[in-house]
Write a protein that binds this ligand. Structure first.
Ligand SMILES: [Zn+2]
Ligand SMILES: [Zn+2]
Length: 189
């Protein structure tokens, strides 16, 4: 698995909280298990893991928000802090008769910490290889979901196809309304 792909763990963790609707999809151990299984991660989970993931989520949100607002140094500072808190611990393993392969987070103190180490490493790889300005926040208000712009022309503005469509429809309606008002104004003149 490519390191960069672990950045998805950061994105999906941040997006478990919707700051506009204040909807939180990470409050229970079951929620955490669902998040991890969507990312192909596993491990023993307790309420302490949930708390740790929620704290990590706030810091990751800060990284995306500040990067999106142009505060690259601040975003880097927060991410560097996380990389220090959650260092990768690589070990070569050949468990269950498999070929020798690399485990990145052996011996981490908790499942949340193992998830965090990979998420932060993946984010660091993407932020340096693509650019910190590729960390974005959805422009289709009120959605505030985050994303990583991997497009070749740095054009991504929305978290999803759904939000892109919603934004286009809203822009179209606004243009039509404007045209209708302009028409009414000219016929009244
Ligand atoms: Zn293995
Ligand atoms: Zn969105």
């Amino acid at each position: 698995m490519e390191l960069a792909s672990y950045a998805d763990r950061a994105v999906h963790l941040v997006n478990t909280f919707d700051p506009y609707r204040r909807r939180d999809d990470l409050t229970t151990v079951e929620d955490a298990r669902a998040l991890l299984s969507r990312q192909g991660a596993c491990g023993r989970l307790t309420s302490a893991d949930v708390q740790e993931l929620r704290t990590l989520r706030d810091k990751l949100r800060t990284i995306f928000d500040t990067a999106d607002a142009g505060g690259q140094q601040q975003a880097v500072d927060v991410l560097n802090g996380l990389l220090e808190q959650y260092p990768i611990r690589p070990q070569i393993s050949g468990h269950d008769g498999t070929d020798w392969h690399l485990h990145l987070v052996e011996g981490m103190p908790s499942t949340a910490a193992a998830y965090a180490a990979k998420a932060c490493m993946g984010l660091a790889v993407q932020a340096t290889e693509l650019g910190i300005d590729r960390l974005g926040v959805c422009q289709a208000a009120p959605c505030r979901d985050v994303f990583i712009d991997t497009s070749t022309n740095r054009s991504r503005r929305y978290c999803s196809e759904r939000c892109a469509t919603r934004a286009n429809v809203a822009a179209y309606r606004a243009r039509r309304k404007e045209a209708a008002l302009a028409g009414a104004a000219s016929s009244a003149a």
